[in-house]
Structures are given as structure tokens and as C-alpha cells.
Design a protein. Structure first.
Length: 243
């Protein structure tokens, strides 16, 4: 079976520091799928007693959410086999485009659809294991607003479609964990509240500030020309946050 695991971008990302007794940041983000940027996954059963990932990037062979997803699917009796996964990475690691999450959830969605399993507890366990970006990919919506910790996903009918030619993809590898850990609240009119923190951790990101808006926790930027052509994004942002 051959699957496409699509990238995502965040047109805006508002972030609030955790309050007392909260472990995670609350967010609000307009997210959409990038239809011409995706990892390619080839999946087939094997006769071994373990899952095997084949990928040119050896770090993804050793540490990958795909293993967790397949283990959870087996624990819920959705599948009973082990798989060999050939993974062709086109979405850069640490780019803020959700590639690793998309890979894992694309496989989860494939098996959930194949075996017509709509178990909400199973879906929660999968998303909880992979991370809050999982909820967007699990929803299969093209464009949506994520809120709460990222687990509340509501589709939004906006006529926006983005391709990779509107992205500034670079070689900087940003750690989502480190960016959130070091985050300090910024001005309310910022489109991406994580920008200043990411630049402090990865100073070379400054090279792209004049050209675009950072997506997610970095390092990809969305070209400002895209926002100029799609004014509905800024209009929606202004109405939602009264700016």
C-alpha cells in the first residue's frame, strides 16, 4: 500500500502560557494542508515479530511515532500483523510542517478506515502518544482552526490553498519542544507568537523575517506575498482576535 502524508502550515499561531496546574500551552491556529508537499509511505506486512522502518534518514529508523501508532493499533485489536514501512521523506525534519506527525497519523487513518474502526478511545490514545498536531491530521479536514491544546479542531470554509512555492523552506532544524519550553508571551497582534522565541534559539531565522511569517515552531516561513494575495486570512484573524 502506498500512502501520501501531507505537510501542514499554520497561517497564524496564538499561544498562551500554561496556567497553574496546566502542563501544556493553549493555542489558537489556522491550519491547512499543503497538497503538493508530502512524504511517501509504502506499507506491507512482514513475517517478523517487529515493525521495520526503512528510510535514508537513520534517525527516523530508530525513533519514530509510527512504531507507537502500530503498537496501539495492535493493542486495540485493529491489526494483528507487523509491517515493513518504506519512508521517503520530502517534508524536512524540524521545519514546522508536521511531517513526522503526518506520517504516523496517515498510517493510523489508513488502518482505521480499512477496518471501519471509529473507536474514539483508540483515536485519543493515538493522538495522545503522537502529540497535539495529531488531531488536525486525524480530522482529515483540509483547513481548520485548532484551539484548546490543539485537540479542538473545527473546519472553516475559507477559499485558501497553498503550495510549496509559497513557502520558504530552509535547512534550520527547530525543536518544537525547546521553542515551547522557552516561550514568553508576545504582542497580541503577532501572527505567530513563537517567532521571537524561535529566533532567540535559532538566530539564523532572522534572515527570513522580512520575507515571510513563520509556520508553527519553525523553521519554515510562509511568503508575505501569499498573505497579500489571500487577504481573507488577515480579515479572519482580525475579527477573531479583535485586532
Amino acid at each position: 500500500m502506498k500512502l501520501k502524508a501531507y505537510a501542514k502550515v499554520n497561517f497564524w499561531l496564538k499561544v498562551w502560557k500554561p496556567e497553574k496546574n496546566e502542563q501544556y500551552h493553549k493555542i489558537n491556529s489556522l491550519i491547512t494542508r499543503v497538497d503538493d508537499l508530502y512524504d511517501v509511505i509504502k506499507l506491507k506486512p512482514n513475517k517478523k515479530s517487529k515493525d521495520i522502518i526503512i528510510c535514508k534518514n537513520k534517525s527516523l529508523v530508530e525513533n519514530n511515532f509510527i512504531y507507537s501508532v502500530l503498537d496501539i493499533l495492535r493493542s486495540f485489536k485493529t491489526i494483528n500483523k507487523y509491517y515493513t514501512i518504506k519512508l521517503k521523506k520530502n517534508i524536512p525534519i524540524g521545519s514546522g510542517l508536521g511531517g513526522g506527525t503526518s506520517d504516523a497519523i496517515t498510517i493510523a487513518n489508513y488502518f482505521l478506515d480499512k477496518f471501519k474502526n471509529n473507536n474514539s478511545k483508540l483515536k485519543f490514545e493515538i493522538c495522545n502518544a503522537v502529540g497535539f498536531d495529531s488531531y488536525f491530521f486525524m480530522s482529515k479536514f483540509k483547513t481548520a482552526i485548532a484551539s484548546g491544546y490543539g485537540e479542538i479542531i473545527k473546519p472553516i470554509d475559507l477559499d485558501i490553498s497553498i503550495s510549496k512555492k509559497s513557502l520558504i523552506i530552509n535547512s534550520i532544524n527547530c525543536s518544537t519542544k525547546e521553542v515551547y519550553k522557552n516561550y514568553k508571551e508576545t504582542k497580541p497582534n503577532e501572527l505567530n507568537d513563537l517567532t521571537d522565541t524561535a529566533i532567540k534559539l535559532y538566530p539564523n531565522l532572522k534572515n527570513f523575517i522580512s520575507l515571510g511569517i513563520m509556520s508553527g515552531s519553525g523553521s519554515t516561513f510562509i511568503k508575505k506575498s501569499f498573505y497579500n494575495r489571500n487577504s481573507i486570512i488577515m480579515k479572519t484573524f482580525s475579527v477573531l482576535f479583535n485586532i
